[in-house]
Structure formats: C-alpha cells, structure tokens
Design a protein around this ligand. Structure first.
Ligand code: FAS
Ligand code: PHB
Length: 385
C-alpha cells in the first residue's frame, strides 16, 4: 500500500490532522493500535478553546459541538474558602466551550472519509530519514505502507517518539508528587461554570459534560489506588475541599467512570526528524489543570496540516522546515501556564508554610488585579495560533 502521509494514532490529534489533510486532497492512512470503541471509552479532556472550536468547524465536524457544547464565559477559582470569578468575556471578550474529548473524537471519526486501520499490532516506523514506511500486523499478516511523511500522533506512550534515536532528542520533564482521581456522574453540575479549588486537604475541580452529566477531580498521592476510593469516600472528600455553598449544592450519585491520572509536564525537542513529525501528546504533556492538553494537540496539527498541504499543493517546504520551532514556541507557553495553574492550586507539603503563604499571596494578587485576571483569561481561553 502507498499513501502520502501515514498518521500513527487515531486520537484527537491524528483524527484532526487526517481530516484537515483529506479536505485538502492529501492522501492519508491512520494506523491505530486500539479499537474505535476503546479509543472512545477513554474519558479525558472537557474544555475546548475557541481555536479548537474553529478547527472543528474547518474540519466540517462542528455541528454537534455547536448543538450540545456549553459556552462558558468564565471560571471560578477558590482558595481555602475565598472565591474569585475570572470573567473571560468581560476581561478579553473571549470564551471556552465545555464539550468532552470523547465527543470531539466521535465527531472526527464520523467525519473521516479516508482509511483508518484499527487494532493494528506491532506498528513500526522505518527509514523516516530517507524513504519512509510504516509496518503493522493485522489478522496475523504484516502489512507495509510506503509514504512521503509520517505523523506521530500516538500519545505519550506511543512508538513514534520511541523510534527516534535518543541522541537526536532532548526531553524536559517535571513529574508532580500527586495525581488526579476523576469521577464521571450523571447528575447536574454543582455550578454553571467550572470551579478550581485549592484546599489544605488538596486540589479539587468541578467540571461538567452536559446539563445532566458532571466530571469531578480530587488531588491524590501518586501511589493512591482506585480500589481505596468508594463513591461515598470520593463525595465526602470533594465536599470537604469545596466552599460551603458549592458543598451544599453538590448532587452526588453512582460513578459511571472512575480513574486516576498521573500529572507531569513534558516536552520533546525537536519535533521533526527527516520525514517524521511529532504532534500532540507524542510531543508534549501538560498537567490538566490548565485544560491545555487536548487544545495543544489541536494547535499542533493545525500547523502541521498547513505545512504538509503547502508541501504537496504549493510545492513549498517552508512550512515543514519551520514546523518544530513554530509549535514549540506555543507549546512552552502552554507548559508555563499549566505549570503555573498547577503550582497555584495544588498542595505541595514539601514547600512548607512559606510555600503555602506564597500560594495565598498569588491568589490574593489575582483576586485584586484585573491585569492578572486578564493574563489568566488569555492563557486559559488559548493564545493565538
Ligand atoms: P492520545 O493519547 O489521545 O491519542 C493517541 C492515540 O495513539 C491513542 O488512540 C492510542 O491508542 C494510539 N497509539 C498509541 N500507541 C500506538 C502505537 N504504537 N501504534 C498505533 N497507535 C498507537 N487534557 C485536558 O485538556 N484535560 C483533561 O482533563 C485531561 N485528562 C487526561 C487524562 C488522562 C488519563 C490522560 C492520559 C490525558 C488527559 N488529558 C487531558 C490530555 C489528553 O486530553 C491529551 O492531551 C489528548 O488525548 C491528546 O491527544 P493525542 O495527541 O491525540 O493523544
Ligand atoms: C474536564 O472536564 O475533564 C476538565 C476540565 C478542565 C480541566 C481539566 C479537566 O482543567
């Protein structure tokens, strides 16, 4: 088989890249390790920046998002009971949309016309410095796809970045001393906007998926085990971390999904190796506190799609030559913001009483400064592409 671009990974990055390329007439094949059902079963992000919303429209996959997504014009930050709303619309005239990553993935899957090979085993990348190809095993038979370019959209644990010689790659990483225990529940959200709460017991986040489905998180130690957390224990702990009004308004019920995700900041440099490009979680990881992970993946592939289209349609390599430096500039700004939000809102016992006072001063400065709130608003709603 032959194609112009082989995309490894059918998560949001791979599917969005494939869709933008196919609309421009560029041939693609996506090779995905798991089944479509498995990919859709992963419960992850929930907030889209306006730039990601515009990309869904460009991909002609935005209809349901506009019908079912919830426009949010601000968020609430609370700190040991004190609350501050950050009004994106009033501060900078922008907003975000609450629309789950599962739905984004479903819409992109439905829009895709070209080939996606699911349950492809032993995916391997070959000769991406010369004449690239990708091999995989399907129904016991090894298949090969010759191509012009490979896009590694296969996430943090994927094969693409792992195929790059270690000497060619520089990585930067910070692993946080805690994770997020997340619960999905079919109950109305506790508030009409998201609540990010700092409490001496730990961070908590009240998010949502629809007027009848909510998503909640609490900070837990890295070695925490999901079996230690009954629903009742989760709801009791969440109430303790929220301000009294939110704790009172919380509507609890049986969890329909419960999982623990580790938190890390990670960036690989550069993001181009000959005819191989890395995008999305294959290239970087952010702690979910800033709601940047999915959105960064989208902005990576918007730039990569433009570069590849320029190569095939306009016969220019300026875009592919500039891809890595262009996306890394925006990646590091999102890494900074995600690190800042995480540092402000989580408890870090190792930083002691002085660290807690600094966090409180950071919150008090934010609460009293329009400029600080504008800075949070422009980062949270998404920096320009
Ligand atoms: P993905 O990981 O989504 O997709 C990669 C795809 O490649 C997967 O389908 C995988 O099966 C496939 N793959 C892997 N190895 C392969 C191989 N060898 N061959 C073929 N295919 C292969 N972001 C937020 O903004 N908010 C959140 O709350 C949030 N929560 C998260 C919770 C968890 C547990 C995780 C892991 C991430 C979370 N994220 C969150 C970040 C997440 O949303 C990512 O940013 C987003 O999924 C990135 O999309 P992709 O780059 O497409 O990577
Ligand atoms: C979510 O709804 O899953 C979500 C929302 C905002 C975040 C992280 C996760 O910062």
């Amino acid at each position: 088989m032959r194609s112009q671009v082989v995309i490894v990974g059918a998560g949001p990055a791979g599917l969005m890249l494939g869709r933008l390329l196919e609309l421009a007439g560029v041939e693609t094949v996506i090779v995905e390790r798991k089944s479509a059902e498995y990919v859709l079963g992963r419960i992850r992000a929930g907030v889209l920046e306006q730039g990601s919303m515009a990309l869904m429209d460009r991909a002609q996959a935005g209809r349901r998002m506009h019908e079912e997504g919830l426009i949010h014009q601000g968020v609430e930050l609370s700190f040991d009971g004190a609350s501050q709303r950050v009004d994106f619309e009033a501060l900078i005239g922008r907003h975000v949309m609450v629309y789950g990553q599962t739905e984004v993935t479903r819409d992109l899957m439905a829009a895709r016309q070209a080939t996606t090979i699911y349950e492809a085993g032993d995916v391997a990348l070959h000769d991406f410095d010369g004449k690239p190809s990708v091999t995989y095993v399907k129904d016991g038979v090894t298949q090969r796809i010759d191509c012009n370019f490979i896009a590694g959209c296969d996430g943090y644990h994927g094969v693409a970045r792992a195929s790059v010689p270690a000497a060619a790659l520089t990585t930067f990483e910070r692993v946080y001393p805690f994770g997020w225990l997340g619960v999905l529940v079919d109950r109305p959200p506790v508030a009409h906007e998201l609540i990010y709460a700092h409490h001496e017991r730990g961070f908590a986040l009240c998010s949502q998926r629809s007027p009848s489905r909510s998503r909640y998180y609490v900070q837990v130690p890295t070695d925490e085990r999901i079996e230690n957390w009954s629903d009742d224990r989760f709801w009791d702990e969440l109430r303790l971390r929220l301000n009294p009004a939110a704790a009172e308004a919380l509507k609890t019920g049986p969890s329909i999904e419960k999982s623990i995700a580790p938190l890390r900041s990670f960036v690989a440099e550069p993001l181009r190796f000959g005819r191989l490009f890395l995008a999305g979680d294959a290239a970087h990881i952010v702690p979910p506190t800033g709601a940047k992970g999915l959105n960064l993946a989208m902005s990576d592939v918007a730039v990569l799609a433009e570069a590849l289209i320029e190569h095939f349609v306009e016969r220019s390599d300026a875009g592919i030559d500039g891809y890595s430096s262009k996306v890394l500039d925006r990646i590091w700004k999102a890494e900074r913001f995600s690190w800042w939000m995480t540092s402000l809102l989580h408890t870090f016992p190792e930083t002691g009483a002085f660290g807690r006072r600094i966090q409180r001063a950071e919150f008090d400065y934010l609460a009293g400064s329009v400029a600080a709130q504008q800075s949070l608003a422009e980062n949270y709603t998404g920096l320009p592409l």
